[in-house]
Ligand binder design. Sequence first.
Ligand code: 13P
Length: 246
Amino acid sequence: MPSSLVIANWKMHGDRAFAEAFFSALDLTGVAADVAICPPFPYLSLVAGRVEQAGFGQLALGAQSVCAEEGGAFTGEVSADMLVDCGVRYVIVGHSERRSLYGETSELVARKFAAVKKAGLVPVLCVGETLEEREAGRTLEVISGQLQAVADCLGVEAWRGAVVAYEPVWAIGTGKTAAPEQAQEVHRFIRERLGEAGGDTPLLYGGSVKSGNAEALFTQQDIDGALVGGASLDAKEFVSICRAAG
Ligand code: 13P
């Protein structure tokens, strides 16, 4: 059984004062799930310090993106080794906002995934369909293609030590959550597609997760946790989601 995991994706929100206030209010006492916080790059070191000070054994630092290259003349980019140096453990790759707003292809996402693994970190691969794709009955085909790009790059061993997050694009930041059964159906499909490693790979759901819907999602057999955007900006709300996960 994969362990439960809840990841906060702060996206491009917050500042130093926000991070300080968030950690003052973060109380993970009694939470069994693993938890990670992904702040914007400039606050990684600050949050690394707060994660350490907080003293919760299950709490780790994550990053929202990474460069596929190891280092060199790539202005504005951040390498996986730099993330290691900052104390990062999890790295989100292939978030739909990176795919749609910054033109990241599944091939580039696969190279980023490989860079994260090479650095010894845990990639959190985001997959998901748009509303148009869902309505055209192409959900599983789209997700299959996004997974296959990584498998083509690294083989089936890719999934060992990785996390996959199903984030239907139409549910992100819209307040529309996938129905638990709808999400479960896709999670089951993903689990099967991962082959042997699938049984140990945490599968997270993302898209308008909040304390009010978390429990119904987490009771589904193949939903092991959540990737949380908006609701992760409120420490108390985020902790409620973590508690629902275990
Ligand atoms: P929301 O929780 O704001 O819908 O965002 C989901 C997401 O994109 C997490 O990566």
